[in-house]
Each structure stands twice: as C-alpha cells, then as structure tokens.
Design a protein around this ligand. Structure first.
Ligand SMILES: Nc1ncnc2c1ncn2[C@@H]1O[C@H](COP(=O)(O)OP(=O)(O)O)[C@@H](O)[C@H]1O
Ligand SMILES: [Mg+2]
Length: 133
C-alpha cells in the first residue's frame, strides 16, 4: 500500500485543500470521527506555520502499513528561515508571531509520533504519524 498525496502550501485555500485530502485518506484507513478531527487540527497547525513563517512549502500525506499496523504520516516541510531554538518552540505558549504558541506542542500531543528537524537557514521539516486503531 503506497498512497501518497502532495499538496503545495502557500495560502489559506491550500490549507483547506490539504485538510480535505487528509480526510479522504484517513477515512480509507478507518480512523474514527474524533481521530479525523485531531488529524485535521494537527494538519492545520503545521500548514498554518508554513504559511505564516516560511511563506510556502508542501505537505506530503502518506498511508503506511507496518507489520499490519496502518497509519497516516504527515510531512510538512519548507525552505523558510527555520527555527533556531527548537526546544523553546516546542514549549506551550512560545510564539515569535501573534499565535498562541500551541501549534507545535499541541500537534505533538495529538499525534502518536512527532519528529521535527529545523535550523536557522535550513528550513523546517515536521513529520507526524497517527496510527489507526
Ligand atoms: N515552519 C516554520 N518555520 C519557521 N519557524 C517556525 C515554523 N513553525 C513554527 N515556527 C516557530 O515556532 C514558534 C512556535 O510555533 P507554534 O507552536 O505553531 O506557535 P505559533 O504559531 O502560535 O507561534 C513560532 O512562533 C515560530 O517562531
Ligand atoms: Mg503555529
């Protein structure tokens, strides 16, 4: 099973689009309605960060199957300014913008797996996974 969807992220309309695409994929995996909402929320936060801090980037959605466990992987990446202090960015309430500073830490809590790689001038890649139960 190798289903992959790529969505370029530049605007609010793209955020709406990627949420719809994720809903279709996640439904195929049999996620519950509440999981679909959690996934849409996490996705919105990651896409919003791309638009707000990097200007543009992309989101790659893929269905994976590891030893019979099916999951949805979301990769959000951009070539923007990057995050200098990741530890700080992962704290509740830390924002360099006008946000609530809950996007990254909230996304980590909503998903089963969370990886972030970023650095000044290196862009940002966030990879999260939600397993279907
Ligand atoms: N894709 C990104 N590129 C550059 N900086 C980012 C990116 N995503 C998050 N950040 C930085 O991490 C901080 C925390 O992000 P987040 O938890 O989503 O809170 P908020 O967006 O409300 O500020 C942001 O204020 C910003 O400084
Ligand atoms: Mg944010």
């Amino acid at each position: 099973m190798a289903e992959v969807v790529r969505v370029a992220i530049r605007s609010d309309a793209d955020i709406v689009m990627v949420r719809q695409q994720a809903r279709v994929l996640a439904k195929e995996l049999g996620f519950s309605a509440s999981d679909l909402t959690l996934i849409a929320t996490a996705l919105s936060e990651l896409a919003r960060n791309i638009v707000d801090y990097a200007g543009q980037g992309e989101i790659i959605l893929s269905l994976i199957n590891q030893g019979g466990h099916r999951g949805l992987v979301i990769i959000a990446r951009d070539n923007g300014p990057g995050i200098t202090d990741i530890e700080r960015a992962m704290q509740d309430g830390y924002s360099t913008g006008k946000g609530l500073g809950m996007g990254l830490p909230g996304t980590r809590r909503l998903m089963d797996e969370f990886e972030i790689s970023s650095g000044m001038g290196q862009g940002t890649t966030v990879k999260v996974t939600k397993w279907a139960r």
